[in-house]
Design a protein around this ligand. Structure first.
Ligand SMILES: [Fe+2]
Length: 276
């Protein structure tokens, strides 16, 4: 099963730049690349930071951009989003009984679980007891699960970034819950960090995805300031199967030369040198 993971699209009001680039243009490039190469995907999952300032016009633009998508898209919110405004525009968006944008669906034998880790007026992640209760019910009821969320629930060895990971109070209980159900969880996918980070935590494997906009440059020492640059963006193609995950990072905005070669080349000696 092919799943596309894309994140941190940070849409503005159309025409307004974000970080020196046009996030709408970047998203259009990403969607065009997906349509050209991955129309067979089962889902496109966007793990939050849909709108940079949480503005209605940005969500309207996203809704328009999604209108012609042939692959079903699942939306999540991030710290830059405004939950109420998002839900006003996407009024068919499923939520849990408490109004959080927690939702889930079964694809094949796997429960795809999409989490709402947003707290009010904070960039740090929140996943309160009510949300953990919803997640516990989901995990208890399924046989296999694949989790998506906006925030990284674990510190990543990046002192500045780790200040806006899942907050310290929620981190322990969330980790305990994940560890309890880890044998069922194939993978945990998140955004937020605007960079590819892979590893294992609480008994599960995890991966983040670059932003379609600006990229962060990991700094393992800086305590306060995040650093980023308009480096090449990407989305990820996940080949997901029972107990298998393969993740390809797709540099969709590269417009320079591409060198194609076959795989049966005979180049055991450098050109101009006699073979030994
Ligand atoms: Fe972001």
């Amino acid at each position: 099963m092919k799943i596309i993971h894309i994140s941190d699209i940070h849409l503005t009001l159309p025409g307004e730049p974000m970080g020196g680039l046009d996030p709408h243009e970047r998203l259009a490039l990403a969607f065009a690349d997906m349509a050209a190469h991955h129309a067979d995907a089962a889902r496109i999952v966007i793990t939050g930071d849909l709108a940079h300032w949480g503005e209605r016009g940005a969500y309207d633009a996203l809704q328009a951009a999604l209108a012609d998508m042939s692959v079903p898209v699942r939306l999540m919110i991030g710290n830059h989003d405004d939950r109420d405004t998002f839900l006003k525009v996407f009024d068919g968006q499923p939520t849990d009984a408490n109004g959080f944008v927690n939702h889930a669906e079964t694809i094949g034998d796997t429960r795809f679980i999409y989490l709402d880790s947003v707290g009010a007026r904070t960039h740090a992640g929140h996943f309160c007891a009510a949300r953990r209760g919803w997640l516990r019910d989901e995990l208890a009821a399924c046989t296999r699960a694949r989790l998506f969320m906006h925030h990284n629930p674990m510190p990543l060895g990046l002192p500045a970034e780790d200040k806006i990971a899942l907050n310290a109070a929620d981190r322990g209980p969330f980790e305990a819950l994940i560890r309890e159900y880890a044998p069922k969880i194939d993978y945990l996918h998140f955004g937020h960090v605007h960079a590819p980070v892979h590893g294992g935590w609480a008994g599960v494997r995890f991966a983040s995805v670059p932003s379609t906009g600006n990229q962060s440059i990991p700094d393992l020492h800086e305590p306060d300031l995040l650093q980023g640059a308009p480096m090449a963006p990407a989305y990820c193609v996940i080949l997901a199967g029972p107990e298998q995950t393969i993740i390809h990072q797709i540099p969709f905005a590269w417009d320079g030369p591409v060198i194609r070669t076959g795989t049966s080349w005979e180049d055991w000696s450098k050109p101009g040198q006699a073979a030994e």
